[in-house]
Design a protein around this ligand. Structure first.
Ligand code: COA
Length: 165
């Protein structure tokens, strides 16, 4: 039976921490969908299309990885798209409580829909455990070096975006 996993997030922008998780999860499942959330309380720096393009370019050598977007409840997307597993990353203990709450709420929602989807947690590689999208943008804004922290396509698109401002 083919197994499809979903790795969802805002990816504003995708970092090498996300990419590391995508590479590792793509080896564990037949298909991995990277799901970019459309509406979130956070105001995005990059448009949805820009975020999807950066992910598509960064993962172009991973044939079983695709990029999609969704609005509303993640559980609804999962139910509508035959997702078997949710993949999340844990960078540090501070991620744990929030992730546990989300996993339990999603389990409740799956249960109400008579679905059974597990959330699987992968530990971030120590090389990337200090990275988040916001900290990368802050360092870039202050002219710090973000080489190696994000895929090259993200640096190209950040340069383009900020040059045009
Ligand atoms: N490597 C690098 N950075 C990582 C990371 C990793 N492995 N894991 C998380 N991050 C960072 C992200 O870059 C982001 O950083 P930022 O705050 O600086 O932008 C931060 O951690 C939060 O991650 P993100 O994935 O953007 O958002 P989230 O943790 O809030 O969860 C969804 C995103 C899509 C899973 C969640 O919001 C959701 O399910 N939304 C749909 C609505 C819904 O169903 N709500 C009920 C949920 S139970």
């Amino acid at each position: 039976m083919e197994r499809t996993a979903l790795y969802a997030g805002s990816f504003d922008p995708i970092t090498n921490g996300h990419l590391d998780l995508i590479k590792r999860a793509s080896k564990m499942y037949d298909k991995l969908v990277v799901g970019v959330i459309v509406n979130q309380s956070k105001k995005a720096t990059f448009t949805l299309e820009e975020r999807k393009l950066m992910i598509a370019k960064a993962t172009e050598n991973l044939p079983n990885v695709s990029v999609d977007s969704f609005d509303g409840l993640l559980a609804d997307y999962v139910n509508a798209n035959n997702i078997d597993v949710l993949v999340r990353g844990l960078r540090a203990t501070m991620d744990f409580e929030y992730e546990l709450q989300m996993a339990h709420m999603n389990a409740h929602l799956f249960c109400s829909a008579n679905n059974h989807v597990e959330t699987i947690f992968l530990m971030s590689s120590p090389n990337y455990s200090f990275i988040s999208s916001s900290i990368v943008k802050e360092v870039y804004d202050l002219k710090g070096d973000i080489y190696g922290l994000v895929p090259d396509v993200v640096i190209e698109m950040m340069d383009k975006k900020y040059k045009n401002k």
